[in-house]
Design a protein around this ligand. Sequence first.
Ligand code: NAD
Length: 359
Amino acid sequence: MNRPTYRVTELLGDGIGGELSQAIHRLAEALPVRVEFIPVDLRVENRRARGKILYDEAVELINTTKVALKHPTATTEESPNAVLRRKLDLSVIHRPVYTIPGVPTNFRRELDLDIVRIATGGTYDDPGRMIGDDGAVSLRIVERRPVREAARYAFNLARKTNKIVTTASKYTIQKATDGLFEKVANEVADQFPEVPHTIELFDALLGKVIMSPQKFQIVLVLNEYGDFLSDMACGLAGSLGIGASANLGFDAGAVVRVALFDAAHGTAPDIAGKNLANPTAIFLAFAMLLYQIGEISLGQAVKNATLDLLREGVRTPDLGGAESTESFTEAVANEVVQRVATKTRPPAAKSDAPSDPGL
Ligand code: NAD
């Protein structure tokens, strides 16, 4: 039987990146489709040796394959994530964050958030400058296009998953910048009359997510707010180590043009090479990639097999378990094979809906 083949750019990373790459290859072998990983070596030695040309090659390849999976890279002279985001014009980051029953957390409630963050601008594009010795200033930038792209993505996701969208900012104080953000978001909201839309002040939102997490589903925010909210939500959910993201670039018609998927955690140099790395986040990133290429039931199988095993206590040491990277990977791969073979529907999937059927 001819298996469908998908080409995926795989950006190799530092530290635990090698072990995570092996884990992904093992998991991909368990699927009834062929995933052809085309590697680009983004390890620090190669970056130093090849510089700009290496990034140009990576960008050209990703523009061809349309989807990429990135392993964590050490931030040294430059941040590869920031360089790729800029060169690929990845304007939106989608980060689902949810509590996993059974995974230890200090938070006693359930949380299930899709954070849609504008990946450019805000206060992050300008490091600022000193004014004399006693003051400093930096620019805060908000542009219509990325806000519109993020808003369309968020409202489309809400439409597909029957969820509500909350926009949050400080529009009462940052009248021009956050005011423009809310204005553009409202214009997009008007095109989705069936999607409930609520507006919060960002500081109030942080408190409300902690007190009443069930009231929030898809949250659309500017760059730095998304950064803060993502880490807070991951902390509430129990671990920074299980978060995964989609970094998205759009064409003029607001259809996803390229998508780069990665884990939120870093290179974990303290455990690199010890077979201790938890591959959960990269598996969840891979599940999102499968949704993106239209293999939705396979994406669900990967996601739910991973989460169900975690619930059952099959975990690596960072989550209190005794599994190694390899044994956890083996368990997930075997579970995926069984689920795919029996075509049993896994338990209700949470909300990593396909972000765009056009890709
Ligand atoms: P880190 O996320 O690498 O590690 C923080 C702690 O979490 C460590 O104790 C580590 O062992 C643990 N941890 C992280 N991922 C884990 C996993 N998959 N399984 C088990 N334990 C895990 O953060 P850091 O130490 O601040 O950063 C190390 C390097 O990673 C730095 O060079 C930083 O710039 C880089 N970094 C890269 C990315 C990325 O490429 N996306 C993201 C964050 C940090």
